[in-house]
Design a binder for this molecule. Structure first.
Ligand SMILES: Cc1cc2nc3c(=O)[nH]c(=O)nc-3n(C[C@H](O)[C@H](O)[C@H](O)COP(=O)(O)O)c2cc1C
Length: 257
């Protein structure tokens, strides 16, 4: 992502847009986006732009190999694309449930046989009311899952967590949970029970893992922009959590701060 606006401003201005003006995206913007979709940041993925005359929108279509695509990594990268669109003034909406055949034909990918995710891209015709997000005390914890995290105990990273809180998620379920222990932000997935309906069974990606990838993306982009130290590691806390699936840890040397 290039940075004319701060990552935080971009994250705050993104929303899921479901009503678009009936016009194609500007050719210069399209070219710029096309170039971005073929940069190092996204080259391991198969993202392309296509126009659907059925829905009268431009779309970014993500083709995948269901057997090998890592949903977490996919979420991280597709969110970077979504935020890049936001920065370019394009409205988007992550869409995991869509007619596979229609978009597979449009994508004309020679690399992959399936479409894993799409987003319309265009100009918002109206702004929906802001979606409610869970409060801090339901998402972020200190030492264990019992004690809500007091933002004043992690002031440097407070905004990184706030950007996680504002992230988009499938059905707005916000399945991310973070436990802070000195020098560690442990990220967990709290899966939502009872959403394995027909539509979900036919999905090619693990949508709640995709959500976690989005959360990691927001946390990392914010930390990097604020020059905060740290990197992703697999270092689960000794305490395990029955209802939560461990994902990754942002680990940093707290003596540096
Ligand atoms: C992985 C994923 C899949 C989604 N799939 C759909 C979808 O199929 N249809 C839809 O209308 N919105 C979909 N959304 C958008 C969410 O409903 C939306 O992000 C959530 O309600 C929060 O609203 P916001 O994006 O405006 O913050 C999806 C979002 C994510 C992250």
């Amino acid at each position: 992502m290039n940075s004319q606006n701060s990552v935080e401003d971009v994250i705050k201005s993104r929303f899921s847009c479901r009503k678009y003006e009936s016009k194609r995206i500007d050719p210069t913007t399209k070219k710029e986006l096309d170039t971005y979709l073929n940069t190092e940041e996204t080259e391991h993925f198969d993202f392309s732009i296509a126009y659907s005359s059925r829905y009268q929108h431009d779309y970014i279509i993500a083709c995948i190999d269901p057997a090998s695509t890592n949903s977490l990594q996919f979420g991280k990268h597709f969110e970077r694309v979504v935020l890049t669109c936001t920065q370019m003034g394009l409205a988007t909406c992550w869409t995991g449930i869509f007619p596979q055949h229609h978009f597979r034909v449009l994508a004309s990918s020679t690399r992959h046989a399936s479409v894993g995710m799409i987003t319309p891209i265009g100009y918002a015709a109206s702004m929906p009311p802001k979606k409610q997000k869970k409060p801090w005390n339901e998402l972020f914890f200190s030492e264990s899952s019992y004690t809500p995290l007091d933002p004043s105990s992690c002031t440097m990273y407070k905004e990184c967590l706030e950007m996680v809180r504002l992230a988009p998620s499938g059905m707005n379920l916000q399945p991310w949970r973070v436990v802070y222990q000195k020098g560690h932000f442990h990220f967990f997935l709290q899966r939502t029970k009872g959403i394995i309906g027909f539509a979900f069974q036919s999905l090619l990606l693990d949508l709640q893992k995709v959500d976690m990838g989005i959360a990691l993306c927001h946390f990392e982009l914010t930390a990097r922009e604020r020059d905060l130290p740290g990197e992703w590691t697999m270092s689960p806390p000794t305490l395990s959590y029955k209802e939560w699936e461990y994902i990754q840890t942002w680990q940093y040397d707290y003596t540096l701060l």
